[in-house]
Design a protein around this ligand. Sequence first.
Ligand SMILES: Cc1cc2nc3c(=O)[nH]c(=O)nc-3n(C[C@H](O)[C@H](O)[C@H](O)COP(=O)(O)OP(=O)(O)OC[C@H]3O[C@@H](n4cnc5c(N)ncnc54)[C@H](O)[C@@H]3O)c2cc1C
Ligand code: SF4
Length: 316
Amino acid sequence: MKAFTYERARDAVAAARAAARPGAKFLAGGTNLLDLMKIEVETPTHLIDVQDLGLDRIEKTKEGGLRIGAFATNTALAADDRVRRDYGVLSRAIVAGASGQLRNKATTAGNLLQRTRCPYFYDTNMACNKRKPGTGCSAIGGYSRQLAVVGASSDCIATNPSDMNVAMRVLDATVETVNADGRTRAIPIADFHRLPGNTPHIETALHPGELITAITLPRPVGGTHIYEKVRDRASYAFALVSVAAVVQKDGTGRVAVGGVAHKPWRVEAAEAALPQGANAVTATLLADARPTPDNAYKVPLVERTLAAVISQARTA
Ligand SMILES: Cc1cc2nc3c(=O)[nH]c(=O)nc-3n(C[C@H](O)[C@H](O)[C@H](O)COP(=O)(O)OP(=O)(O)OC[C@H]3O[C@@H](n4cnc5c(N)ncnc54)[C@H](O)[C@@H]3O)c2cc1C
Ligand code: SF4
């Protein structure tokens, strides 16, 4: 691990100002960042520990939704009574991820920003445009079984690994931030994660030093909430494919898919086909899919996972 300096921030704007300096990074639960520092994939020169900012409350908004503090732990968020009752898809997605110990430490903002699990990203001997811009992509023409089938580019075919993000996308969450100059922003989750294009190292809409302070959820939409995750092992494994769905009694609803793209994949036009079944939804959702020979299995897997979700919703 490379040497770094460390401070514990007491104020959100001061933390954002400190993080805007080159080489500085926020430290939340540390469950992703510290792992990456140990293998020198991330080499920050200064860490700003943001756990003391008090941004960990989960509160009702005046619009009838929920405001989740950036540093609410994954455990606290998944266990919150209001989340379990009104946003069940979020609770289910979070507990489908990692392990109990990790979820006790991992935070909402950290989960939103966790980095890809592409194997070449973790191997500093291999070319990777995301880790080192302009070096090439070892996954293209390499081992790509877990990687993206849609929205990828000729520079990067990585996926976003988070389960929580897929549920946040289906719930139309908004990411609240503060900048180094004290200005705040509200970024719709649909615009928060980026597709790789020719800048795969720029993963989100955040500006340098911008601190996530909260995530807000709109008022509950009812319906049956389902999160279905397909993985190599029954637990403690990242999704090959996952589906977050909110399905209403008349068969209409919302669907977002994980494990297939650089961001949680939701195509609102595909949702119109939900009452017609999984085949019709997948045809629009993955119309632009360009899988590799290694990961072509993901296209029928999305359809089958969606079929299972629709069938569960009918019998709920
Ligand atoms: C063995 C293992 C298995 C896992 N399995 C899964 C899984 O199945 N599904 C899943 O979804 N996840 C899984 N995870 C990932 C885990 O959920 C993430 O590591 C965790 O959510 C990150 O949260 P953190 O608070 O520890 O973030 P940190 O590691 O502290 O930070 C992550 C990144 O976010 C930045 N950051 C943190 N807070 C803010 C903020 N407020 N504003 C701006 N930037 C910020 C940091 O600078 C850093 O770049 C797994 C992790 C491990 C180690
Ligand atoms: S897919 Fe993206 S993360 Fe993986 S090696 Fe290629 S550039 Fe790096």
